[in-house]
Ligand binder design. Structure first.
Ligand SMILES: NC(=O)c1ccc[n+]([C@@H]2O[C@H](COP(=O)([O-])OP(=O)(O)OC[C@H]3O[C@@H](n4cnc5c(N)ncnc54)[C@H](OP(=O)(O)O)[C@@H]3O)[C@@H](O)[C@H]2O)c1
Length: 283
């Protein structure tokens, strides 16, 4: 039996579906309890260590991630609380094999915005007496969808990543596939980066997304950091969370966050065009 945390989300759902297809018994953990076909539904909070211990007990393997809240203050403390609960529940349930979702840049201790919480979580999970594989994807294509309302309102995508910076960007479906592959094999440990088919600039990614979401002329504007913080707090994001967003992008711009290098193993198949075609948003 395999427990999948975040089983209704981007990566967890894909992993759970793949595991069910392969004949595995799956416990699908989420806060909402939305059903995932073929799995047992386990509804509860990732900050609840006792609930998680029950959900992990009896599992031969688990997929774990760190759910985040962009519209609640105290981002880092919230991540630490959830990360500690997940780690201690895995320890208490003695799960022998764990695939943990992390990110490119999680090897850097700080100055990386949201990514520093993933660094801290990797450090916690390394204390387990278990075999652990860390998946470190680049930027999710799906992360552009957070800005879709603003793109529709403004006619542009605005952010603080420098337009010439090339970043690894990846489809979450490919991340879920990599998770399922590891969970079925139960042998791979260490770190696996997942970098998409090619590094892209934000303007390149936006040029593929725009026409597929009814915005054929969608462009990219690199706004000043302070203006971005104002825009994010203006839509209700707490200042600490907005500051982490801008700090992460600055770490992309400076090269502080970078992949270990593109290899065949780190290269995943889905292009941004194929991903955007599958969105099914009427153009
Ligand atoms: N965005 C990026 O570009 C990027 C890149 C690399 C790594 N990451 C990392 O990827 C992770 C997110 O993965 P994802 O995109 O697969 O997830 P997601 O789509 O954001 O979904 C989150 C999942 O966790 C569940 N969840 C949320 N809060 C919960 C809570 N308090 N207790 C229990 N379950 C909870 C959600 O369930 P319900 O909503 O159904 O309740 C859902 O199943 C984060 O750790 C992020 O740092 C993101």
């Amino acid at each position: 039996m395999i427990t999948v945390l975040g089983a209704t989300g981007n990566t967890g759902r894909r992993a759970a579906v793949r595991l069910v297809e392969a004949g595995e018994q799956v416990r699908a953990v989420s806060r909402s309890g939305r059903p995932v076909p073929g799995t047992e539904t386990w509804q509860g909070d990732a900050g609840d260590r006792e609930f998680l211990t029950r959900a992990f007990t009896g599992a031969d393997a688990a997929y774990v991630l760190l759910p985040f809240e962009l519209f609640e203050a105290g981002y880092v403390a919230h991540q630490d609380r959830l990360g500690t609960a997940v780690t201690e529940a895995l320890r208490a349930a003695r799960v022998p094999y764990v695939v943990a979702l992390s990110a490119v840049g999680a090897e850097v201790p700080g100055g990386t915005g949201y990514l520093a919480s993933l660094h801290a979580q990797e450090q916690r999970l390394r204390t387990l007496d278990a075999d652990v594989l860390f998946l470190r994807p680049g930027l999710f294509f799906e992360s552009f969808l957070y800005g879709l309302d603003a793109m529709r309102a403004e006619g542009v995508h605005a952010d603080t990543i420098d337009p010439a910076v090339r970043l690894p960007m990846v489809a979450t479906g490919d991340v879920g596939d990599a998770a399922a592959e590891a969970l079925l094999g139960r042998t791979r440990t260490g770190v696996r980066e997942l970098l998409g088919p090619a590094d892209l600039t934000v303007p390149e990614a936006i040029a593929q997304l725009g026409p597929r979401v009814g915005l054929p002329d969608l462009g990219y504007v690199r706004v000043p950091d302070e203006a971005m913080v104002d825009a994010l707090t203006g839509i209700g994001m707490p200042p600490d969370v907005a500051a982490l967003h801008v700090e992460m992008n600055a770490a992309f711009n400076s090269g502080l966050v970078h992949s270990a290098g593109r290899t065949a193993d780190a290269t995943t198949p889905t292009t941004v065009a194929i991903w955007a075609d599958a969105l099914g948003v009427p153009a």
